[in-house]
Write a protein that binds this ligand. Structure first.
Ligand SMILES: NC(=O)c1ccc[n+]([C@@H]2O[C@H](COP(=O)([O-])OP(=O)(O)OC[C@H]3O[C@@H](n4cnc5c(N)ncnc54)[C@H](O)[C@@H]3O)[C@@H](O)[C@H]2O)c1
Length: 546
């Protein structure tokens, strides 16, 4: 077997976390959860994550596997938490004992080390409440442990005394600590290190400030060519155009056919012709407003006209915010082949405003979620843990899509920065895609790309497990999570796997007769360069006709 490890790259910064630690019984979990509600940030309790990952309560892990095994799991959970942003993270009381790991989590975060009068701690944890480190004499153990850990807590960060405070009081004090270092409502600027320099992805209320952002990124621009998906022209296109005009940019608006129909040589040719007539030159900027399809053609036209003019992307679908708007890949479809003609051309700026998602159909939102789950599986495992617990809205989708966009942008940006030309590490993003391409083509796109990615992700993870490369249980977890957000994980009933196999053969990622398949692996992904396609497909489970 020929394989290459694809490690998870370092992530660019997002909004700071609020990290809450301290001794047991000081209110880390209840106060942290309360603060998260005040701040509108997601909450994660690392002891809860460890228990969920182990499938058994923390006390059981101590009892059956021992403290050292628990500390290993805790070290991993703390490292994973250091990769998320804009969240309230409560750690277990012993997390500070690994000073190096905790310092990485605390870096750039608002940190609160909760303290409390030992008598009050005893009152709160008096019955031991499943706490593994308290023996038959809780009072003595609390005092001994406090003394033992005092130095580690002092080193970990600034203290917050919770003596006499109720949960609301602890939560309010924590929220105040966060607000002192960060504005939780602020838009976040994630930096993408592109090959021609860094550019920002603005995540938040970006539509209203499109004009000032474009002016700031491209001070010399005089004309803005707004290429907008016709289905969002009246709503979002008009808003962006008005904001650009308010900055004295000459605005020309071009509504394009909705979705994939825009990615044609005819559309590109019409735009080139009009650009010539308008006297477009490199002091103009193409502003793409739409989903991935619209941005692909906008980027392609920007890349090719006058040997390349500046590009700004305003993604309006979840998939486009999370994936297609950054990274420099542009393309049109040609000769019956998707993305067959294209160029690399990075934007100067991306404006990702989650409010644009309000009108996106649920099925398209799910498609974006499939790509986010795929990236998290290799680049930020705690996002998966958090998605497993995330509150769902009445459509059955995670209610805080803005937070997810922030995480997705950071993950995608990390792969782009490490591998701008898509020659190595960025192949990680093909996880699930070998099978997905076959299913999409074989069903003539009745199974959408996002749905096919969800099915492929599970099948390829099962394949990875069968090779001993993907940790056991990964596929089952992904399956449950994808189902939770309404994505399919089984192939449609009656799918012709021989046809899928044939279609996978035309996947351009296939090399030398055997397929390249990416599977999740500890610390990132593993690229199986000579995967047996029959074996991969044997892990595809067929749905049952209803
Ligand atoms: N360049 C890249 O790196 C990259 C990465 C991934 C995917 N892609 C490409 O992206 C495309 C898929 O992107 P997509 O999923 O965004 O699909 P899409 O652009 O086709 O949009 C999906 C549908 O949503 C509509 N729409 C867009 N914004 C809307 C809004 N705010 N409200 C209501 N409807 C809205 C569109 O008209 C379309 O019907 C494919 O062509 C794919 O090849 C490119």
């Amino acid at each position: 077997m020929k394989t290459a490890h694809l490690p998870a790259p370092p992530l660019p910064r997002g909004r700071p976390n609020l990290v809450v630690t301290g001794f047991m019984g000081t209110g880390k979990t209840s106060g942290g959860r309360y603060a998260s509600r005040l701040l509108g940030l997601p909450f994660v309790d690392l002891d809860g994550v460890i228990a969920a990952r182990a499938g058994t309560p923390v006390a059981d892990i101590f009892a059956t596997r021992g403290e050292a095994a628990f500390r290993d799991m805790e070290r991993q959970a703390v490292a994973d938490a250091a990769r998320v942003s804009g969240a309230v993270v409560a750690t277990g009381g012993g997390a500070v004992l690994d000073a190096g790991g905790f310092a990485r989590l605390a870096e750039g975060a608002a940190v609160a080390v909760l303290t409390c009068d030992p008598e009050e701690i005893l009152g709160r944890v008096g019955d031991r409440g499943g706490r593994p480190l308290l023996d038959e004499d809780p009072a003595a153990s609390v005092r001994a442990l406090l003394a033992e850990r005092l130095a580690a807590y002092e080193r970990a960060g600034p203290a917050l005394d919770t003596t006499g405070l109720d949960v609301a009081g602890v939560g309010a004090a924590l929220a105040a600590r966060y607000r002192a270092v960060a504005d939780h409502t602020a838009t976040v600027r994630v930096t993408v290190d592109g090959p021609a320099g860094a550019y920002p992805v603005v995540v938040g209320e970006a539509l209203a400030v499109a004009g000032t952002e474009v002016r700031g990124a491209l001070p010399g621009a005089h004309m803005a060519l707004v290429l907008v998906d016709r289905s969002v022209d009246e709503s979002l296109g008009e808003r962006v155009a008005a904001s650009l005009a308010s900055e004295d940019l000459l605005v020309e608006r071009f509504p394009l056919p909705p979705g994939e129909a825009a990615k044609s040589i005819d559309v590109a040719s019409h735009l080139w012709t009009t650009f010539v007539a308008l006297g477009v030159d490199r002091t103009s900027v193409v502003v793409g407003v739409g989903g991935g399809a619209c941005l692909d053609v906008a980027g392609f036209v920007a890349a090719t006209f006058a040997r390349g003019i500046p590009l700004v992307n305003v993604p309006t679908t979840l998939l486009a915010m999370a994936d297609a708007s950054l990274g420099g890949k542009t393309a049109i479809d040609h000769g019956g082949s998707k993305n067959s003609v294209g160029a690399f051309h990075h934007p100067s700026l991306v404006l990702a405003d989650p409010s644009a998602l309000d009108s996106v159909p649920v099925r398209d939102l799910r498609a974006g979620l499939a790509e986010i789950v795929k990236m998290a599986a290799t680049a930020s495992p705690l996002v998966l843990d958090m998605l497993e617990e995330a509150p769902l809205d009445d459509r059955g989708l995670p209610s805080d899509l803005g937070w997810l966009v922030e995480q997705a942008v950071r993950m995608k940006a990390s792969y782009v920065a490490e591998d701008p030309g898509d020659l190595g590490l960025r192949h990680t993003l093909n996880l699930g895609h070998t099978v997905a391409h076959g299913i999409e083509a074989s069903t003539d796109h009745a199974v959408s790309h996002g749905e096919a990615v969800a099915i492929g992700l599970v099948a390829e993870s099962r394949y990875g497990e069968s090779l001993g490369v993907t940790p056991a249980g990964t596929a089952a977890r992904l399956e449950a999570l994808l189902r939770r957000v309404g994505l399919p994980v089984d192939a449609p009933p009656g799918l012709d796997t021989a046809d899928v196999l044939a279609r996978m053969g035309s996947d351009k990622k296939r090399r030398g007769g055997r397929a390249v398949v990416v599977v999740p692996a500890p610390g990132g992904a593993e690229m199986i360069e000579d995967a047996d396609v029959d074996a991969v497909l044997s892990f595809l489970r067929m749905g049952v006709a209803t």
